[in-house]
Design a protein around this ligand. Structure first.
Ligand code: 13P
Length: 289
């Protein structure tokens, strides 16, 4: 099974009012862990990597491992480049076999966001590669992109409509009150704004900052049209904590299979809970395969 474009799976998810989780993966092992969870639950899934992960593991290696894991588990899998500001890295990812890319020009004024997004669309769309863009500014830290609470800015619904019309972008990530990382308090999600945007824009919407958002809030976002739900921090924390606990209990342990097994178990459990949260169990359809 080849890696597939995320466009049809997200369009179907939006129409069916379920979500698809896009898990940030940070190692080759975690690609297999996410796919095993998706396979156990018969769920389509998206693997995504930040630019930092591309730099540490290599775009080609990531795409090859993702394809091998997708073949092995027989699960329709999209491979997405998360929050990229650099056109050269986007080209590298597409050449390597990524099926979806995010051009994050949200730090620029509207017109420049449009022109940078259009540049990527010109390259990606004819190859069937999904393009995601961001409007407003999602707060928090994702790799090198740091947006403070004061600088976080919600997306303006009419700008979202205009943006989709002038770019033809396939998926849109509007900032609606979530942030990357773990929240200090309860996230203050603007459901009314999501609903307004979803009424004006018919492409699948993307929920960034999916970690530590209460399940019922994520489900409400999904029911309003947010089809792609990004989860990074909670997944990596789950397996890193499992490794830390292993060494706290077994400081002399030197067999990677022992601690990686614990990391794997924790990652699979976390990934399954997120897949169940968005309702994508048993949503593999023959047209994706
Ligand atoms: P979290 O780290 O909050 O899960 O956010 C993930 C994300 O939105 C990646 O773009």
């Amino acid at each position: 099974m080849a890696l597939i474009s995320t466009t049809p799976m997200l369009e179907k998810a939006r129409a069916d009012k379920h979500g698809i989780v896009a898990f940030n993966v940070h190692s080759f092992d975690s690609i297999f862990w996410v796919l095993e969870a998706a396979s156990d639950l018969k769920s389509p899934v998206i693997l995504q990597t930040t630019v930092g992960t591309v730099k540490s593991l290599g775009a080609k290696n990531i795409a090859e491992v993702a394809k091998t894991a997708s073949d092995h588990y027989g699960i329709p899998t999209g491979l997405h480049l998360d929050h990229c500001t650099d056109f050269e890295v986007i080209k590298e990812a597409i050449r390597a076999g990524y099926t979806s890319v995010m051009i994050d020009a949200s730090m620029h004024p509207f017109e420049e966001n449009v022109s940078r997004t259009n540049e990527v669309i010109k390259l990606a769309k004819s190859l069937g590669v999904n393009v995601e863009a961001e409007l407003g500014k999602v707060g928090g830290v994702e790799d090198d992109i740091v947006v403070s609470e004061e600088d976080a800015e919600k997306a303006i619904p009419l700008e979202c409509k205009q943006f989709v019309e002038v770019t033809g972008v396939s998926t849109l990530a509007p900032a609606i009150g979530t942030a990357h990382g773990i929240y200090k308090g309860k996230p203050n999600i603007d459901f009314e704004r999501i609903s307004e945007i979803a009424n004006l824009v018919n492409v699948p919407l993307v929920l960034h900052g999916g970690s530590a958002v209460p399940d019922e809030d994520v489900r409400r976002c999904v029911s309003l049209g947010m089809a792609k739900v990004n989860v990074s921090t909670e997944l990596k924390n789950a397996y890193s904590i499992a490794i830390r606990e292993h060494f706290e209990k077994n400081p002399e342990s030197l067999d990677p299979r022992a601690y990686l097994q614990k990391a794997k178990d924790a990652a699979i459990e976390m990934a399954k809970s997120k897949i169940r949260m968005v309702g994508s169990e048993n949503k593999v359809v023959p047209s994706f395969v």
